[in-house]
Design a protein around this ligand. Structure first.
Ligand SMILES: [Zn+2]
Length: 106
């Protein structure tokens, strides 16, 4: 077996991360989605692959639950931040507002 180069490993890891996120967003199985996101996060730290900005907003970074528009998340707009309040663990994640506006207009 030949050794994989560093860049190659990263490429494979980021592919896997994208796949895991797709799975998590699609599935109706809650624990599967949470596990997929946990694994994706582990991969991203291990191989130092960034999770893209719009994927980061799709789950709670505290309890790893997938946000589905109105059921388990409350979105509030503050001065120049968007605050996602997870209704599962009651913790908040904040994101800068300008980027949020860009994503919505897409
Ligand atoms: Zn949460």
């Amino acid at each position: 077996m030949h050794k994989l180069r560093k860049g190659e490993k990263k490429r494979i890891a980021s592919k896997k991360i994208n796949y895991l996120f797709k799975l998590a967003l699609k599935t109706h199985d809650k624990s599967l989605a949470i596990n997929a996101i946990k694994t994706a996060k582990k991969l991203s730290t291990k191989f130092r692959v960034q999770i893209s900005k719009n994927l980061k907003r799709k789950y709670c970074k505290h309890c790893h639950i997938v946000f589905n528009s109105a059921n388990n998340v409350r979105v509030r707009i503050k001065k120049n931040l968007v605050e996602y309040c997870c209704l599962n663990c009651n913790k908040r994640s904040r994101f800068p507002f300008t980027k949020e506006r860009l994503i919505k207009s897409q």
